[in-house]
Design a binder for this molecule. Sequence first.
Ligand SMILES: [Zn+2]
Length: 145
Amino acid sequence: MAVLTLPGWWRSRISRYRLVGARCKDCGRTHYPPRPACPYCGSRSLEPVELPRDGVLESYTVIYSSPGDHRLDSPVILGLVNLGPTRVIAELTDVTPEELRTGMPVEAVIRRVDEQGETGIIAYAVKFRPKLGVSHGVGGGPEKA
Ligand SMILES: [Zn+2]
C-alpha cells in the first residue's frame, strides 16, 4: 500500500475515514468489511489492509421505499463498487438513479447514519458517491473545474 506522507494532523483526521479491509495470508484475496475468517478459503490468517477510496461502479440496484418506511423521500441505491483489491456493496449517495452509469468513477465517503438513543453509539457507514470533477463519460458535457 502507498505510504502516507501527509502531515500528522491531517493523517489523524482522516484515519477514521479510512477504508480498511482484510487480506488473507493464505489465498491472498481481500474482502470488506473484515470478517473473522476468509470468505473464500476459510482461513483465519488475516491482516488489515487499507483499501483505495476510489473505485468504479460495476452495477447498481435502485430500491424504492415501501409504505411505512421513514425514508420515503428518496430511493436507496445499492452499488457494486470495484476497488481493485476487492469489490464492495454499499449505498450510493449524492446521486439520482438517472445520473448513474455503470463504469463511472466513484469515491468512498463515511457518513454518520444513526445515533442509538439508549446506548449513544454512533454508527458510521461507508457510502460511495460519484467522483467530483470527473466526467461520467456520456453526453460530452464540459468538465467541472
Ligand atoms: Zn483466503
